[in-house]
Unconditional design. Sequence first.
Length: 298
Amino acid sequence: MDGHTPRTLARTLCAGLLAASAGLGTGCESLRGTRKADPLAPAAQDHGTMVSKFFGKSTDPQGVRPPAGMGGDVVVRDPSKRGKGLSADAEVAYANAYNDSAYIKQTAVERDVALDTARQKYQVALKLDPKNRSGLIGLARFYASTNDKASAVATLKTAIGHYPTDHELYHRLAAVHFQFREPAEAAVAAQQALALDPSNRTYLKTLAVSQAHSNQYEAAFGTLVSSHVMSESEARNFLGRVLYDLGRPDEGREQITAAIALDPSNAQAKQFLNDLANGGPPTGEALRQAGFEQPDPQ
C-alpha cells in the first residue's frame, strides 16, 4: 500500500488541513516535481487532504488577470510604467498573480520566467515594507512550492518574529514542515498555534496527523478525543486510515475493527473494511473518508 501514501497525504500541505490538506511514504515525492496547484501545503499538491489549507488564495490586483486557459499570459497594467511606484501590497498582489499562473504555463521557460517575476516582486514588496505580512506569506509559499524548505521556514519565522501572536503563521509553518517529511517539527508548530487558539479544530487535526506520522498513535488519539474533535470510534477509524496510508494495512485494519466495536453504526469504518475486502479504496480516498478532505492549497 506504499504507493497510496504520496497522493493521499500530501494532496493537502503541501495544504494547505494544513493541510490541507496538503504525499507520504512518509514523503512528499509529488511535491518535488512539477506542481499542479500552489505548499505545506499545502496544501502541495499533496498534503492538502491532511493539512488543511496552508496558504490562502491570492488576491487579484486591479489590472492583473491570471490566465483563463493553458499557457495564457498574465495581463499586467503596471502603474509604475506611468511614473507611479507600486505600494508593497500592490507588488504582493502582482507577485501572487505571477506565482499562481506559473504552473499553467506550457513550457518550463515560461514557468521559470513567471516564478522569477513573482520572487522579484515579493522581494521588492518586502524592501518597501519589511513587515508586510502578505509579502512574507507569499514569499514563503513561493519557496515551499519550489522545494526550498530552508528559505520557506526562515521566511515564516521572520513573519512570526514580527507577529508573534498570529496563530495562523505557526500553522503555516507546521504545513511546511509536514510537506517536507518533518512531522515532529510540524507537531511542535501546531502546538504553538494551539497555544494561541486552543479550540481551533483545524490545528487540532493537524497536530493529530503530525503525531500519527511520528508514530505517536495514542497521542494522536488523545488529541482528537480529548478536544472533542472526534468520538473514540471516529478517532480509531482515523488512526486506521493513517496506518493504512503509511503502508501498515494490518495495523490499520485492527484500528478500524476497534472503531466498529466502539460504535457499530460507524458507517465509514464499515465501508472501509468492505472496500479492503474488495481490493481497497481508490488511491487518495482513505483519509478523505476519515474526515480530512480539504481543498487544495492555493
